[in-house]
Design a binder for this molecule. Structure first.
Ligand SMILES: Nc1ncnc2c1ncn2[C@@H]1O[C@H](COP(=O)(O)OP(=O)(O)O)[C@@H](O)[C@H]1O
Ligand SMILES: [Mg+2]
Length: 264
């Protein structure tokens, strides 16, 4: 029988801190718990997600259009972004692969939603304060021990501009950057990217910039990057979404206008 002897306050504090430490370690291992072989979250139950990953081996641009809460952000774009940045391809992975660190962007609609959803789900909560001590607790998808020191954006509180992510197989650093459509197409100009994840529909102008950032070098066919678009259609079919659709649902095809109107 346990419980007859009262624990000293000190022992109790020690135990509480141990329990918190165990919880924290588990929280930092979310990535490893996804897509297991069996159990209630076994990966064979996520056929669409696996199909989405697999298509990455063949297609440069992919769209995951689905209902809310089915796992587009965490189980879809977030998981794949994490896999490429860390190089931790699970043994069942049939999608695109890099054998070197990557440059990746995760982008959302506004600065605030990108920070509160994408940054939070990939990196965890903010800890500490001030430019020296502020960091993230690593309780998101990317295993905490693989995160380097973030660079913060100017002008938006607690929003990360870029963060190094350890690419395990090489011991070098991938760079993960955060962008928002609110910052405009101009902020998507710049360096080449291997992986761009757009969580929520974006304006065509921004999508066009992302295509340029991930374009292949003509003489090296496999040199191009990938774009992943994960979203729930809310505003009818935007120009970017239509570009993923079969021709029949594109505007300007006579009676197909009806299809478009219905969906809108
Ligand atoms: N493959 C998965 N296995 C287990 N849980 C998942 C998986 N994908 C997502 N989840 C959980 O389901 C919830 C909704 O996922 P999320 O990716 O945010 O959905 P969506 O972006 O489609 O609205 C989250 O709590 C997430 O942790
Ligand atoms: Mg989502």
């Amino acid at each position: 029988m346990v419980g007859e002897t009262a624990l000293s306050a000190e022992t109790q504090r020690e135990m509480e801190s141990l329990i918190a430490e165990i919880a924290n370690r588990n929280d930092r291992r979310l990535f490893y718990s996804l897509y297991p072989d069996e159990g209630p979250f076994a990966r064979h139950l996520y056929a669409k997600h696996l199909e989405f990953f697999k298509a990455g081996a063949k297609y440069r641009e992919r769209s995951f259009m689905a209902a809310n809460r089915v796992g587009k952000t965490v189980g879809g774009g977030g998981y794949e972004t994490c896999v490429h940045c860390t190089g931790l391809y699970p043994d069942w992975w049939e999608g695109r692969r890099w054998d070197r660190p990557v440059a990746a962007w995760a982008a959302g609609k506004t600065n605030e939603t990108t920070r509160d959803i994408l940054q939070r789900k990939l990196l965890g909560k903010i800890t500490g304060q001030g430019t020296v001590h502020k960091g993230v607790d690593g309780t998101g998808l990317i295993p905490g021990e693989l995160l380097g020191k973030p660079n913060w954006k100017q002008g938006v509180a607690d929003f990360i501009d870029t963060i190094p992510v350890l690419h395990k197989p090489t011991g070098k650093w991938s760079v993960l950057g955060f962008k928002s459509y609110q910052q405009g197409a101009g902020s998507f100009e710049g360096t080449e990217q291997d992986v761009i994840w757009l969580d929520e529909e974006c304006p065509m102008e921004i999508y066009g910039e992302c295509l340029i950032r991930t374009a292949a070098i003509a003489s090296l066919p496999d040199s191009g990057g990938i774009i992943m678009l994960t979203f729930t259609p809310r505003l009818g079919l935007s120009e970017v979404v239509l570009s993923f659709m079969p021709k029949e649902v594109h505007p300007g095809f006579g009676e197909d206008m009806a299809i478009r109107t219905d969906l809108g």
